[in-house]
Design a protein around this ligand. Structure first.
Ligand code: AMP
Length: 308
């Protein structure tokens, strides 16, 4: 089934305790598209870049089955630029620069050929833009998931709540869940998000894995303990792309299938952090992914007899 991905396609400059990059290719939409392409041969992408964005990357998208008809290239304008610096624990970072550039007045245009998309992944963008995409689809997709961040909670809470009420799945991290709901306990926070609309809430806890709340069911996926954590940028988007790519490929949106999707998303995110930017996602194969999913299975599988 077809997946429509909307998100930033960007230049990032990243600093971690292990090194520093100049402008490299990033953006939530980029990570989502690269990650979901492990499961689906074709996907539709809506984004905007400036004419400083390398056409070679648009070609790479195409090679990975990404339909780029919906990626607007704005002549004489600059691509969105984000710069961040990670603290020593790698779990927290400071945003150093956000230059919206073409994202400032992004009007997401949905090509006619995208209208039959049955899965929609709304990457982190302004909630108004996310809602506009939903409103511009003639038929509601079978499943709509959205990501967001504290930035939008600070400056556009009412719009954010409206958009959240329109989707099936909200994917956020633990800090954002607490900020959005005012609840510290994640179980309570998830319930409150569910009362806003989405039946399913995924709360990412960085190196501590992710929680899936679906109706009254709960599932926990650990994060794989890694020897190398080089650059966490895009891990959340990679997770979301893997999750939605897997669901779109199988077409089934049951709780059991979402559990599998979370493990695939976590496995892809674990690769993403091993090198700067998209480097690791670009080099791994499906065989690498299968191997890592098996590591997850081994990590969490145990026999137990209740003898005491
Ligand atoms: P993550 O590490 O999953 O939070 O995602 C990092 C990516 O999000 C980077 O590649 C940035 O280009 C992108 N990004 C950061 N801030 C924003 C924003 N305000 N709107 C859209 N994309 C953003």
């Amino acid at each position: 089934m077809s997946l429509l991905t909307v998100g930033s396609v960007a230049f990032d400059a990243i600093e971690t305790p292990f090194g520093k990059t100049d402008k490299i290719i990033g953006g939530a939409g980029t990570y989502i598209a690269l990650s979901s392409s492990f499961f689906i041969d074709e996907q539709n992408m809506v984004a905007v870049v400036g004419d400083d964005f390398p056409s070679s990357m648009l070609e790479t998208f195409k090679k990975k089955g990404v339909n780029t008809e919906g990626i607007q290239v704005k002549k004489g304008e600059k691509t969105f630029f984000w710069s961040g610096k990670y603290h020593n624990d790698m779990n927290s970072r400071d945003t150093l620069i956000t230059e919206l550039n073409v994202l400032g007045d992004f009007d997401p245009i949905i090509p006619n050929s995208y209208q039959d998309s049955s899965f929609l992944m709304l990457g982190n963008l302004s909630p108004q833009v996310q809602a506009t995409v939903i409103n511009r689809l003639e038929k509601r997709p079978k499943l709509i998931a959205m990501d967001t961040m504290n930035f939008w909670m600070d400056i556009a809470l009412d719009d954010l709540k409206k958009t959240i009420s329109m989707v099936d799945i909200l994917i956020i991290n633990d800090e954002e869940a607490r900020q959005l709901t005012g609840e510290y306990a994640l179980k309570k926070a998830a319930k409150m998000v569910q009362s806003m609309g989405p039946k399913t809430v995924i709360i990412k806890k960085g190196e501590h894995g992710a929680l899936l709340f679906h109706e009254n069911h709960l599932f926990y996926a650990p994060a794989l303990p890694l020897e190398e954590v080089f650059d966490p940028t895009g891990a959340g988007d990679t997770f979301a792309g893997g999750f939605m790519g897997f669901l779109a490929a199988s077409g089934e949106v049951s709780f059991e299938n979402m559990k599998r999707a979370i493990i695939y998303g976590s496995a892809l995110a674990s690769f993403c952090v091993e090198k700067f930017g998209t480097d690791r996602l670009m080099e791994i194969t499906k065989a690498d992914l299968h191997h890592r999913v098996n590591e997850f299975v081994r990590l969490t599988n145990f026999d137990m007899e209740l003898t005491y």
